[in-house]
Design a binder for this molecule. Structure first.
Ligand SMILES: Cc1cc2nc3c(=O)[nH]c(=O)nc-3n(C[C@H](O)[C@H](O)[C@H](O)COP(=O)(O)OP(=O)(O)OC[C@H]3O[C@@H](n4cnc5c(N)ncnc54)[C@H](O)[C@@H]3O)c2cc1C
Ligand code: SF4
Ligand code: SF4
Length: 554
């Protein structure tokens, strides 16, 4: 197949907050430099931006695949764009009231003191999809080439040096060829900001062994619904975090309720994928959460309107791989920079993007894009507040996974007074796929709990929620999901009851006449199946760009 070849200086793979911030910061630095050169205030060459710097996004539009809580710590935004208010940053509300509750099965206990790392007063509530759309507008005005609906499906190498990417082939024809073959995009540097468990990032790390001697990357799955309320007992800008119910032995995590407007709230759960439960189903846990009297009282007059799900990395400090190699840099969630104590990764995504941009700007000035120059990004990151924050949070997720209130509460208490240390030494983690127990070991003779019948108001059917996510894939393409070995599934079906049919938040996997059927069009690109199949039997590849969820308020 003949492919057009296009040359760039920098290609950013993924149009999330990390890469868009990085591209904006880089071009702002270049614009300032060019002005100074043109005004004779500085010696040097003008650096071209137009047609030299591109951001690729697989979603149908910028923001389509971006979902978050989202609480943003604004300091980093002021650093990126000091005039963000004048530029129309879409902030839904400023947080003016916050609380944390511990939920028992039917009751609740308000936690009297908010630990400093969970203090959100003055932070912003926003929709990440709207925020990303806004950032893409700024990137466009900086003359960055924006390629939405375009997936980078393969990293291109010269030996071990990354020299660019190949983009997706579009529209499979009956003769097996494609109507529009993908492009070869060559670049001096490729920046991977693909978000959680990025596909190219994973292939790079495996090929170059960039995670040698690091703890495994571990993940959480966030599921979130937006409710429209007739009567809203919360005030705009109010945010509630919960611990306890529906989490229990074998499944840890937390819940959140954010009041984003006079008549809208976001309600969500973050579940650790290290769960031992072979019937782990975060969507079902979210429905149980909404039946709890504390949550039910808030949403009882409402109806769900939007849904989405995505993983986020929570391995933090110990799991950060090497983040640069010849021709390539890794930033944001792809670099495992989420601060799990704060449940925040937006500020670290933006800041890591800015640090990468500063190193790239220096590379332009010196005409030096060598691996030694790119490595300066890792040095900067290690000296920044990102590393010191993540160091404090290094034992947080494994402590929570041990169970709350005990023994996790004691471990967390010790961490708070010791700067993040664990009483018995640093806690180890295992890859999420390896922690699942079989049905007999986990449940014995007790069957998994079932939900009352869905009413699509409080208990929302998973397929109804898939509809609310707007997800869709052109079915005239090969499925982007395949099973490595069907016999492995047979063993898994009998011993584990096919976990993929429940953990997938979009009903992609279905047990049909004893086999696993794949409804790939429903996929939300959350990446859980790539991480949690106990036999690592699922291959998730990048589908044609333009498919997947169409988030607007997430
Ligand atoms: C439910 C939930 C709640 C959260 N709450 C908060 C919060 O309140 N505050 C906070 O700070 N953080 C929160 N986070 C974390 C935060 O959203 C992430 O840390 C942040 O979005 C990371 O930004 P990113 O740019 O690295 O990745 P992403 O936002 O995931 O963006 C990556 C982009 O790359 C695209 N992409 C991936 N691969 C390719 C490819 N090969 N080709 C083309 N495009 C590609 C994706 O479609 C996506 O648009 C939450 C996360 C979740 C899931
Ligand atoms: S895909 Fe994985 S989780 Fe699903 S049945 Fe097969 S082995 Fe089990
Ligand atoms: S198929 Fe995999 S990536 Fe897609 S929604 Fe289901 S679990 Fe997530």
């Amino acid at each position: 197949m003949e492919r057009e070849v296009i040359e760039f200086d920098v290609i950013f793979v993924g149009g999330g907050p990390a890469n868009l911030s990085s591209a904006i910061h880089l071009t702002n630095l270049i614009k300032k430099h060019n002005n100074e050169v043109q005004e004779g205030k500085k010696q040097g060459e003008v650096i071209e931006i137009e047609d030299r710097i591109a951001v690729l996004e697989k979603g149908a539009y910028f923001g389509a695949h971006n979902i978050s809580g989202a609480i943003l710590i604004p300091d980093v935004l002021s650093e990126l764009l000091p005039d963000y208010i004048e530029l129309g940053c879409p902030v839904d509300a400023v947080i003016n009231n916050e609380s944390i509750y511990f939920l028992t099965k039917n009751g609740n206990i308000k936690i009297p003191l908010t630990p400093s790392f969970l203090n959100n007063h003055g932070n912003y509530l926003l929709s990440l999809s709207k925020f990303v759309k806004w950032l893409s507008g700024i990137a466009e005005s900086n003359k960055i080439m924006l390629l939405d609906g375009t997936a980078a499906v393969e990293l291109l190498y010269d030996g071990n040096k990354v020299i660019g990417v190949r983009t997706d082939d579009k529209r499979l024809l009956e003769n097996g060829e494609y109507e529009t073959p993908g492009y070869i995009l060559n670049s001096k540097v490729t920046v991977l900001g693909e978000g959680s468990n990025g596909t190219l990032r994973r292939s790079l790390i495996e090929k170059l062994n960039l995670d040698k001697n690091k703890a495994p990357s571990i993940y959480e799955l966030g599921v979130k619904e937006i409710y429209e309320l007739k009567i809203n007992p919360l005030k705009k800008g109010e945010c509630i975090h919960t611990l306890g119910y529906p989490f229990r032995k074998g499944l840890s995590g937390g819940g959140f309720i954010y009041c984003i407007s006079e008549n809208m709230i976001a309600v969500g759960l973050i579940a650790h994928l290290s769960s031992e439960d072979p019937q782990l189903d975060p969507h079902k846990e979210l429905q149980k959460y909404k039946l709890h009297p504390f949550i039910n009282n808030i949403i009882k007059d409402g109806k769900p309107t939007h849904y989405g799900a995505k993983t986020l990395p929570c391995g933090g400090y110990f799991s950060i791989p090497e983040l640069t190699s010849d021709g390539v840099m890794i930033i944001g969630d792809s670099a495992n920079l989420v601060d799990s104590r704060r449940l925040k990764g937006l500020h670290t995504a933006i800041k890591s993007g800015m640090l990468a941009a500063e190193v790239l700007f220096e590379a332009f000035l010196k005409g030096d894009f060598s691996s030694l120059q790119l490595k300066k990004y890792e040095d900067k990151l290690k000296r920044s507040w990102i590393y010191s924050d993540l160091k404090q949070a290094r034992n947080f997720t494994p402590a929570i996974s041990k169970g709350l209130p005990l023994p996790g509460g004691i471990l967390l208490g010790f961490q708070m007074i010791s700067g993040g240390s664990n009483i018995t030494g640093d806690l180890r983690t295992e890859p999420d796929y390896s922690t699942t127990k079989d049905m007999k070991t986990f449940y014995g003779n007790k069957p998994p709990e079932t939900l009352p019948k869905a009413d699509d108001r409080i208990i929302v059917n998973k397929l109804t929620d898939v509809y609310f996510s707007g997800t869709f894939h052109d079915e005239k393409q090969k499925s982007h999901i395949r099973l490595k070995d069907k016999n492995t599934c047979n063993k898994c079906i009998s011993e584990y009851s096919a976990p993929c049919t429940v953990f997938c938040p979009a009903c992609v996997y279905e047990l049909y006449e004893g086999y696993i059927k794949i409804n790939f069009s429903n996929c939300l690109h959350c990446k859980t199946c790539d991480l949690k199949c106990p036999f690592q039997n699922i291959v998730w590849e990048l589908p044609e760009g333009g498919g997947g969820p169409r988030y607007s308020l997430q």
